[in-house]
Design a protein around this ligand. Sequence first.
Ligand code: DGP
Length: 120
Amino acid sequence: MSDVLKYDENCLFCKIIRGDIPSAKVYEDDLCYAFRDINPQAPTHILVVPKVHMRSVAEVNRHNEALVGHIFTVIAKIAAAEGLEGGYRVISNCGPDACQSVPHLHFHILGGTKLGERMG
Ligand code: DGP
């Protein structure tokens, strides 16, 4: 089975990608899906996720690095489309110490205001 078809039936974000759980879609292509965070922590708070199920940044490797590179081109495109000319922050929480709550790799795009200097 191709990576693009990998799906975890217990994963919240896999269900969102499939449309089984509704979301406010911002962008979609063959490889990734972007939608608005249900609990926004900035005026603009978007999540970008690969369609293939992978748990976190810890699972990025030479086999999927191109996918992650693609996601970053999408992040830049979304930020421009959202008018985040003043800048924005990209965060990926990885594992319990980072308080990752959904174990499907995702990148938060936060912007639309002056963000705090502290990140941790
Ligand atoms: P993290 O804590 O880094 O794993 O971020 C998970 C994010 O997912 C958190 O900011 C809230 C968001 N989230 C959780 N459940 C849902 C949902 O059902 N819909 C949407 N749009 N976002 C969700």
